[in-house]
Design a protein around this ligand. Structure first.
Ligand SMILES: [Zn+2]
Length: 186
C-alpha cells in the first residue's frame, strides 16, 4: 500500500482553465471543482482530469475563499465524475518560500478524508522578472507575461488522499503546455 504511485494528469486545456480562474480573482483566492477519472492499478492511482469548473458564488479574500452555503450541486457528477477540487493561494513572492506553500491545515480539515480525491493548489504571484522553473515533479510552474509590467508566476501543486493519507502527488501534463508557456516568454 505504501508503495502506490500517485499521478495526476492534466492537459493544457484544463491547466489553462485553472490559470484563468486564478488570474480572474487575483489577488483574491479562487476555488472550483475538478472532474475526470481515477484509474486504479495494482501499483498506481492515476487521476486524469477531464473538466474543471470555477465556483462563481463565493466570498473571496486574499487569504481565504468560501463557496456560498447551500450552493447547488457543487460537486455533482453530471457527465464526468467528480474527482476533487482546487483553490488558489496568492502570497507575496518575495516573502514566502513558495514551494512550502502548499495545502494548509485549514484546507486539510475542510476535506473529507475518506475520499480518494485530489486537491490542486494554484500558487499565483505577480513578479517583475521571470523566475526559474522548478524541477519538482509535484509542481507545474511557469511565468506568464503581464501587460509589459512583469509576469504572473504560477506553481500548481497536486495532492491526493488515499486511505486518509494525504500526500503531494506527481503532476503530469503535455509537452504542448510547456511549449506554449515558453513561447509566451520570448
Ligand atoms: Zn488553501
Amino acid at each position: 500500500m505504501s508503495s502506490i504511485e500517485r499521478i495526476i494528469f492534466i492537459d493544457e486545456r484544463h491547466l489553462e482553465s485553472l490559470l484563468r480562474s486564478g488570474i480572474e480573482t487575483y489577488p483574491r483566492e479562487t476555488l472550483g471543482t475538478v472532474f475526470g477519472t481515477l484509474k486504479k492499478e495494482k501499483n498506481s492511482f492515476i487521476w486524469e482530469v477531464s473538466a474543471v469548473h470555477p465556483i462563481q458564488l463565493a466570498t473571496r479574500k486574499e487569504d481565504e475563499v468560501k463557496a456560498y452555503e447551500n450552493i447547488v450541486n457543487e460537486d455533482w457528477s453530471m457527465i464526468n465524475p467528480h474527482i476533487g477540487n482546487y483553490h488558489s493561494h496568492n502570497y507575496d513572492f518575495n516573502n514566502q518560500d513558495r514551494l512550502t506553500r502548499g495545502i494548509s491545515k485549514e484546507d486539510k480539515e475542510a476535506h473529507s478524508e475518506n475520499s480518494e480525491e485530489i486537491e490542486l493548489i494554484i500558487n499565483l504571484y505577480k513578479i517583475p522578472k521571470r523566475f526559474r522553473l522548478t524541477n519538482n515533479p509535484q509542481v507545474i510552474s511557469g511565468n506568464l507575461p503581464l501587460e509589459n509590467i512583469g509576469y504572473y508566476r504560477f506553481d500548481i501543486i497536486g495532492y491526493s488522499w488515499i486511505n486518509k493519507r494525504i500526500l503531494r502527488t506527481k503532476m503530469q501534463t503535455t509537452k504542448r503546455f510547456y511549449q506554449k508557456v515558453k513561447e509566451l516568454n520570448y
